[in-house]
Design a protein around this ligand. Structure first.
Ligand SMILES: [Zn+2]
Length: 324
């Protein structure tokens, strides 16, 4: 409600007093939240909108989606925007709890547990027992207790991310709205096999497992090309250390943001990555981001600190090939 009042005040100050009648909760959801944010400001004062263009929120798609005429849900872009302002409180907290326990492990255990989490959105008790036998440390159980929970009844397997898909009426629901975009019906999903006992808690799935998939992909590709690698070196100082055959070290920070303006503002303020000891510092995004938005990399490159590079994962593999 506070946000709607602020928008109303801005509209009154910027030549759009005519839209004040649309600024109550129900109309706001339909006429604003369900449309891309930049479309809210059509016919506003042009100097004011020029100023707004610099903000991630202005460049965000719709904040809400409408289902069955009057059911609303927030979009993935909105969830990510909320998380960066720390108001995705519950999910951030559950991830934080597991993360804090992981940081108490040795650096090798930390990396092994984190890789297990990325590769096992769902797991059986046997998977966990095997892992604990291979990595004999009593603290690992407390990480699993924080990261995993029982699988709810009547769950299906999400074909997009591998987590649980559930149904609310006819609508399928996963950890990300984008998983439900293909709108399959219930009989098109695979039921979860009874050998699975646990799933990641939502926050760990969203903030550790999903971004981790590109980190592991980059590690695997760099190794295939003949490099040595290390994931999350020294308790996650950054994402992937690549050591080329000549001994030079490339520090990789993988990013999965949907909104390039959001990522650009994060990069601008990230002094810790560039201070890490390495011959190259490279931000890498999945090539799909550039395919969806050809301007994505250029928007982020404008925010880079001197000497830091920004590229897609495919461009990184090419750069490694050229360097070897
Ligand atoms: Zn999913």
């Amino acid at each position: 409600m506070y946000g709607i009042n602020k928008l109303a005040a801005m509209a009154a100050q910027n030549g759009r007093a005519d839209i004040l009648s649309e600024l109550h909760e129900n109309a706001f959801l339909k006429r604003f939240a369900a449309r891309p944010v930049r479309s809210w400001f059509v016919r506003w004062d042009t100097a004011f909108t020029a100023e707004l263009k610099k903000y991630p929120l202005f460049n965000t798609g719709a904040l809400a989606e409408i289902y069955d005429g009057n059911v609303f849900d927030i979009t993935d872009e909105c969830a990510v925007l909320c998380a960066t302002t720390e108001s995705d409180f519950f999910n951030a907290l559950t991830q934080e709890n597991a993360y804090r326990k992981m940081r108490e492990l040795s650096a090798e255990e930390y990396t092994a547990v984190r890789e297990f989490i990325v590769l096992h959105p769902l797991c059986s008790g046997r998977d966990i027992r095997r892992f604990k036998i291979a990595h004999n440390s009593p603290e690992i159980q407390s990480v699993f207790n924080a990261a995993y929970e029982d699988i709810p009844q009547d769950s299906y397997k999400c074909p997009e991310c591998g987590w649980t898909m559930r149904f609310i009426g006819k609508r399928s629901v996963c950890c990300n709205n984008s998983c439900s975009r293909t709108h399959r019906t219930r009989d098109q999903f695979e039921r979860i096999d009874s050998s699975y006992e646990k799933r990641l808690v939502h926050g760990v799935m969203r903030y550790m497992c999903i971004p981790g998939k590109i980190e592991i992909k980059i590690r695997n590709e760099a190794e295939k090309l003949g490099c040595e690698t290390e994931l999350w070196p020294e308790h996650d100082k950054y994402d992937i250390k690549i050591i080329l055959p000549d001994g030079s070290v490339w520090a990789i920070d993988a990013k999965t943001h949907l909104n390039p303006y959001n990522l650009a503002s994060q990069i601008k303020n990230d002094g810790s990555f560039t201070s890490e000891q390495a011959d190259e510092h490279i931000y890498v995004v999945p090539h799909e981001r550039k395919a969806e938005n050809p301007a994505y990399c250029d928007i982020c490159k404008d925010a880079l600190q001197p000497g830091v590079l920004f590229m897609t994962d495919k461009e990184l593999y090419q750069k490694i090939k050229e360097a070897i």
